[in-house]
Design a protein around this ligand. Sequence first.
Ligand SMILES: *Cc1c(COP(=O)(O)O)cnc(C)c1O
Length: 497
Amino acid sequence: MNYTSTRDNSVKVTSAQAIAAGISPDGGLYVPETIPSFSHEELLAIAGVDYRERAVKVLGKYLTDFTAEELRECVDGAYTDTFGGTDVAPVVDIADHRFVLELWHGPTCAFKDMALQLLPHLLTRSVKKTCDGKEIVILVATSGDTGKAALEGFRDVPGTRIMVFYPVEGVSAIQKKQMVTQEGGNVGVCAIKGNFDDAQTGVKRIFTSPDIAAELAAHNMAFSSANSINWGRLAPQIVYYISAYADLMNKGVIKQKGDPINVVVPTGNFGNILAAYYARKMGLPIHRLICASNANNVLTDFIRSGVYDRNRPFHTTISPSMDILISSNLERLIYDLSGCDSVRVKGWMERLAAEGRYEVDDDVKDAVKSLFWAGCCDDNATQNTIREVFTERHYLADTHTAVALNVYDQYVRETGDTLPTVIASTASPYKFAPAVLGAIAPDKTGEDEFAMLEALREVSGAAIPAPLAGLKGKAVRFDRVCEGAAMREAVLDMLSV
Ligand SMILES: *Cc1c(COP(=O)(O)O)cnc(C)c1O
C-alpha cells in the first residue's frame, strides 16, 4: 500500500517514508491511497485475542512495508507493562446503551499514549527502512496532553531527540508539571507566549522551512512530527474502535453480523474521530460519528454548514486539550470525501491560511452531513454533566469525556436514536482534578492542585493513577518561555547547531 499527499496526488511513498517524514513537503498530510477493509470474519477472529494481537492485525493492513514480526515487536514494546496491568482500552458499561471506551490507562493518563507509546517504535524502524541513518528530531506543539505523552514515548529512544512547545497559559498545572519535570537525555520543553494554534503554526513553519532543513541535514539530522498529522499517530488509533466493537460482541451487546453502533468523540485536532471514520470506512458498522466540541465550536459549525471559519474568539476552557481553532486532520477527511481531489483540497487549505476561512462544495457538505453529527457545550454544561454522570451513573468522567457525554445526550434528545454507543474517554479525571472536583464537591476545591488530587480521591473513591501521584516531588528541569517568533532559535539552541 502506498501513501499520497492530500495536496498533491502525484506523491507516492511507503508507510515507512510517510511516518519518517511526518508531513509531505507540499504541506499536505499523508493518506493511504486506498482504505483496506476489515471483514466480519476478521472481527470474530480478533474478538478472541488480546489488544496487542488486535493491533497487529489492524496495523498490518496499513503498514504493509512492515513484517508481522516487526509489527509484533512494536506493539509489544508499546503496550506491555505500560498500561497499568489493566486492559489497554477497556469498555465500561454506564447503562442506557452508553459504553465508555477508556483510552487513558497509559503512562501519562491521556488517550495520546495509545498512539505515542507506539509511534517511537514505528518511527525508529521507519527511519531504518528509509535507510538514511539520520538522527530524528521530533518537534511537537501541544495543547497539553500530546507533549507529555510524546516526551514519555520518545525519552532516551536512541537516534531521536524531542522538543515540545506548549502555550504558557493554555495547560493545566498538572499538565505543565508533567512536562517541565520530564526526565531523559534527549528531551527539551519550552513554553510559548500564545495559544495552541500559535504553537502549532510555529512548528509547521519550522518544519517546512528549507533553510532549517538544510541546517539539520548538514548535521545529519531530520525533522519528524509526533503530532497527529503523522500517519504513525493515526493508524494506532483505528485499532481501538475495532477493538471496542469486538468487546461489544463479546459482551453480547452486538448480537448479529453488521449490528451498528454510534461513536462519540471529544474532538480537538480531529485525529481521534478521523480514526473512527477510517474504521467505519474499513467496514466497521458505525452508524453515526458524533463530534463533540467545547466552546471552541468551529467543527460543530463546519459539520452543520460546510463552512470552516476560524475567525472567532479563542476560548480557554476546562477541557484545554480541545481548545483548538485549526483542526489539522480535517484536511484528511475532506480529501477523502471529495473523492481524493488534491487540487480542491489544496485550494481550501490555501484559503484557510490566507483568510482563515473556506467553504467546501456541496458534494463534500452532503457527505459530511450524512456521516457526522456535531454538538458543543460550554464549561458550565460540562461540569453539570460530570456531576450528573457521577451521581446517577456512578462514573467519574474527566472534562473532555464529559463534553462527549453532554453532546451525546443532545444527540439522543434530537434523534431518539438508541443504538449502542461507544463514547471515547480521553483522559483520567485526575488529570483535570480542579474542574472535576469543582463539579462534584465545589467546597473542596482550593489553590493546590496536588491537594485537590487527594480531595478528589476522598470524594470519588477512585484511585489516583501512580504517574500523577508521583509528580509532586519532582524537580523542574525546563523553565524557558519564548515568543512564537523565537521558536526557531529555541530549536537550534536545543540541538546546538
Ligand atoms: C488530544 C485530546 C483530545 C482531542 O483529540 P483530537 O485527536 O485532537 O481530536 C481530547 N481529549 C483529550 C484529553 C486530549 O488529550
